[in-house]
Design a protein around this ligand. Structure first.
Ligand SMILES: Nc1ncnc2c1ncn2[C@@H]1O[C@H](COP(=O)(O)OP(=O)(O)O)[C@@H](O)[C@H]1O
Ligand SMILES: [Mg+2]
Length: 367
């Protein structure tokens, strides 16, 4: 072993009867990293977190925390703490008492408890609220108290299971920024569970995208968005066009053919795809542009894709306009064009157009 990770999962499986909640998951989470588990409801995020915390035992595989294999080590003996979505604060206790509770159970000396409570409250910037009861706090403040309570015994790793899920959108956005700043400040490894792709993209150093108990891709946010590894990731993260194609060649250049017979280059193809097979071409709406017939002169350069279509629908969304374009085979795609120019003529409905993009942005994925 060359590097000791904060948390490492080796081929972890968790079954509940017939349900395989986590299916051969391996992950390596670095010390100090903000790492997110992202996926739809039921994909196995909470189960993964609960196994790291020790609340569930894996059916197979092993979990290491800072190089130590955890086995049957109970949750309170792991250098870890957890913040849940339904952070139950004790309503009859003050904020300070809520935070101190765990330490008092462990008979930590009184002056140390006091000092550490003050420290934790300062971290979440609620020092002036120490003597309030939870119901005298807003939802966001209560969530910060839950966070302070989890940080007070200085875990090496903090697990957060949809901690902002109960907050309204505006507060959630503000808390995302706060949480990220706090994590950078304290330098603790965060493992953050969310089904919200935007939340994961904005907060994380790296993201594991999960579905049906399987990890589809582990990468930094911009690579998850720009280079989705498969159809699930491309579909789950952001908006994507899927165009049915047949693979014409893979080397030296990747070429695919649309049902219309148009042949175009693509930048990347998923492993296991073969020439002659059906596949899908995945491309983001903002990577494409629309040209008029008169703007096109001769065949495009080798790395440019052009296909014909007709504009079917326009939706103005402020910064840009969404153009729905029907290709010749009937496939409808969305092209997002920035509204940058005052004097630009808008496209008309049913006007014919040429959709153009750089092949580097287009990925050939399995159906
Ligand atoms: N204690 C349990 N008993 C039986 N099935 C469970 C249990 N916990 C989770 N599951 C099942 O495991 C799958 C993954 O659940 P979970 O990890 O909670 O997903 P997520 O947190 O991504 O929404 C789901 O199909 C869920 O119904
Ligand atoms: Mg969950």
């Amino acid at each position: 072993m060359t590097e000791t990770y904060a948390v490492e999962l080796q081929d972890v499986v968790k079954q509940f009867g017939d349900v395989v909640a986590v299916n051969h998951v391996s992950l390596q989470i670095r010390d100090g990293e903000f790492f997110s588990l992202l996926g739809p409801s039921g994909c196995g995020k909470t189960t993964t977190l609960r196994m790291i915390a020790g609340f569930e035992m894996p059916t197979g595989g092993a979990i290491y925390i800072h190089g130590e294999r955890q086995g049957y080590r109970p949750p309170n003996k792991r250098p870890i703490n957890t913040v849940f979505q339904n952070y139950a604060l004790f309503p009859h206790m003050t904020v300070a008492e809520n935070i101190a509770f765990g330490m008092e159970m462990q008979r930590t000396p009184k002056d140390e408890v006091k000092r550490r409570v003050a420290e934790a409250l300062a971290m979440v910037r609620l020092s002036n609220m120490a003597n309030r009861k939870p119901k005298q706090l807003s939802g966001g403040q209560q969530q910060r108290i839950a966070l302070a309570r989890a940080l007070v015994n200085r875990p090496k790793v903090l697990l957060l299971d949809e901690p902002l899920g109960a907050l309204d959108l505006k507060l959630r956005k503000a808390m995302q920024i706060e949480l990220k700043a706090l994590q950078e400040e304290v330098g603790i490894t965060f493992i953050y569970v969310t089904h919200d792709q935007e939340e994961a993209l904005t907060m994380s150093d790296r993201i594991a995208v999960m579905n049906n108990g399987i990890v589809h891709q582990v990468d930094v946010p911009d690579r998850i968005y720009e280079h989705p590894a498969d159809r699930f990731v491309a579909d789950f993260i952001g908006e994507t066009n899927f165009i049915p194609v047949k693979v014409v060649s893979l080397s030296p250049q990747i070429i695919v053919e649309l049902a219309s017979g148009e042949k175009i280059p693509a930048g990347w193809a998923e492993e296991g795809i073969a020439v002659g097979e059906n596949a899908i071409l995945s491309i983001r709406p903002e990577k494409m542009t629309l040209l008029e017939e008169k703007e096109v002169d001769g065949p495009p350069p080798a790395d440019i894709a052009r296909v014909r279509g007709a504009v079917r629908h326009l939706v103005y969304v402020g910064t840009d306009t969404r153009h729905t374009v029907a290709l010749q085979d009937g496939t409808e795609i969305v092209v997002r064009l920035q509204n940058s120019y005052i004097d630009e003529e808008p496209w008309e409905i049913d006007e014919s157009t040429i959709v153009e993009w750089n092949a580097a942005h287009a990925r050939v994925l399995k159906e």
